[in-house]
Design a binder for this molecule. Structure first.
Ligand SMILES: *Cc1c(COP(=O)(O)O)cnc(C)c1O
Length: 508
């Protein structure tokens, strides 16, 4: 027991818990939720941990995904429990109705959307975080310092200054919302008090038309409206057209609007395109605009020296949003927001009513409580799983795995280009390959249907799980590789399966 070395005992007369044999007269009548029999509970917990580890270790032997059968859906829609049951029974139900029906993103042939594949050692971190059950909204305890350490590392990666601030959040959607709130508040006086009612400035912002919808949603939530986000056309590489951006800014200024922000994409969700971030940083400096980068997965290319250059300019941004649960493989959920000017970040969210006052010393001490930098007050110990992941694997190896995924995407791209029955539909600069199965003489709609059918059947077969998107209006099979378990052979298998399903359709 290593942890015991670090603990002190409290030198006062102990009070027994209700389930201890030494409990006093009222020991039996006072309620608690702790196990009545810790020894039994411990056995069950160890067994559950073994099951969890088996689940991960044997993932390759199972289908990527399995649809929930009707009876399982019905089981899960059961009535609210009034009286409890044994933990064994609950666990049994979980094993029957929940565990077999996961998303599948821990599987080496899960290629849908942008999902991380998770880390076995994060299971340990999650257990320990659950045991501590700390509230990371604030106060003076180790978890706050762990989060601060993680944020410090992030600042270092992106060359952000010491006075910059950050927060671990649920994901890039929340990170975008927080960053854009700071950007909005920085140019609207008193907006925290008066809201948008008495504002003379009509704010508008810019991003490429490939920008993730979470950015649009942030504009809706911020009360600026989706129309305030101008979607700028992209070039052949799906990167923002910088000339078109300049033009739109000029047009908007001429029309009396108030441009305040540009959102650069570091890895678009459709095909992984990275905008010219340095160019955007320069425009923002000239035009006095906030420069935010949505780097949900792409920002972590900073961890690989061969990929890092593609992000040049990100170090000049005012804020960055990215995820640990995607390309750093940290367990869901965990994203991060960084803000260059910490004072603006704090000014956007800080709120210390009397019941949260800083006491300088004691548990309520410590400066810069995380709740002053975001929306949530109570928050879990997300930082621990990131801390474990980064300490165990180091940024060098995590960066190598990002590069490996990019190399695998290039391999897949070449398989597609060398296969006459397939057609590449977009550039594949990073880790995402969009293509489709060809059918001679088919009209566009029929082709869309065919490719959608291929993806659906592939998912239902459990062999592999890509997703779909639309490239220039046409349905594409979209293969995203943010997976440290994927091997080159998995990509051969994927293409083989797509061709087989496609051929079977043509034969019908
Ligand atoms: C995934 C993603 C988001 C949203 O991040 P969440 O972690 O799902 O909230 C935003 N932008 C891009 C480019 C993404 O890939």
């Amino acid at each position: 027991m290593k942890y015991a070395d670090h603990f002190e005992s409290l030198q006062i007369e102990p009070i027994a818990g209700p389930s201890d044999e030494t409990a006093g007269a009222n020991g039996g009548s006072e309620l608690s939720l702790d196990p009545v029999n810790w020894r039994q509970f411990r056995e069950m917990a160890h067994a559950a941990l073994d099951d969890a580890l088996d689940f991960v270790q044997t993932v390759r032997e199972r289908p990527v995904w399995k649809a929930l059968p009707e009876h399982v859906r019905a089981n899960l829609a059961s009535a609210a429990p009034i009286t409890g049951q044994s933990l064994d029974q609950v666990y049994e139900e979980f094993c029957e109705n929940v565990l077999p029906y996961a998303t599948g993103n821990i599987h080496p042939r899960f290629f849908g959307w942008v999902h991380g594949s998770g880390l076995p050692s994060n299971i340990i971190a999650e257990i320990l975080a659950a045991a501590m059950n700390v509230n990371c909204g604030g106060r003076d305890h180790a978890a706050i310092y762990v989060e601060r350490a993680v944020l410090g590392w992030c600042k270092e990666w992106f060359q952000f200054p010491a006075e910059s601030t950050g927060l671990l959040v649920s994901g890039t959607s929340m990170a975008n919302l927080i960053a854009l709130t700071v950007a909005r508040n920085a140019c609207l006086e008193n907006v925290r008090k008066t809201g948008l009612r008495r504002q003379e400035r009509e704010l508008v912002a810019y991003a490429s038309c490939e920008v993730h919808e979470s950015v649009g949603k942030a504009f809706e939530v911020l009360g600026l409206g989706a129309c305030a986000l101008r979607k700028i056309e992209v070039d052949d590489a799906f990167r923002i057209n910088v000339a078109a951006l300049r033009l739109q800014i000029a047009l908007d200024r001429a029309a009396g609007l108030y441009p305040f922000c540009v959102i650069g994409c570091a890895g678009t969700v459709n095909n992984g395109a990275i905008d010219d971030l340095d160019g955007l940083a320069s425009i923002c400096r000239e035009e006095d605009l906030w420069f935010h980068v949505d780097g949900a997965f792409g920002a972590l290319c900073i961890l690989n020296e061969e990929l890092r250059d593609r992000l040049t300019g990100i170090e000049r941004s005012d804020s960055i949003a990215f995820d640990f649960h995607k390309w750093a493989h940290v367990q869901y959920d965990c994203g991060c927001v960084l803000v260059r000017q910490g004072d603006l970040h704090r000014a956007a969210f800080s709120m210390r009513p009397p019941y949260l006052e800083d006491m300088h010393r004691g548990l309520a001490g410590g400066i810069d409580w995380p709740c002053e930098f975001g929306i949530e007050l109570s928050r879990g110990f997300r930082a621990l799983k990131v801390w474990f992941a980064l300490k165990e694997h180091g940024t060098l190896k995590l960066g190598q795995l990002i590069k490996q995924n990019c190399d695998q995407a290039q391999y897949l791209r070449s398989l597609v280009l060398n296969e006459p029955r397939l057609e590449l539909m977009a550039p594949a600069p990073l880790n995402i390959v969009c293509f489709r199965f060809r059918q001679e003489g088919a009209d566009p709609e029929a082709l869309d249907c065919l490719n959608e059918a291929i993806v659906t059947e592939l998912q239902l077969s459990g062999v592999a799980a890509p997703s779909t998107t639309r490239i220039c209006g046409h349905l594409a099979i979209r293969v995203n590789i943010t997976n440290h378990r994927t091997r080159y052979a998995d990509l051969d298998l994927l293409i083989g399966a797509i061709l087989a399903i496609g051929e079977a359709h043509l034969g019908e």
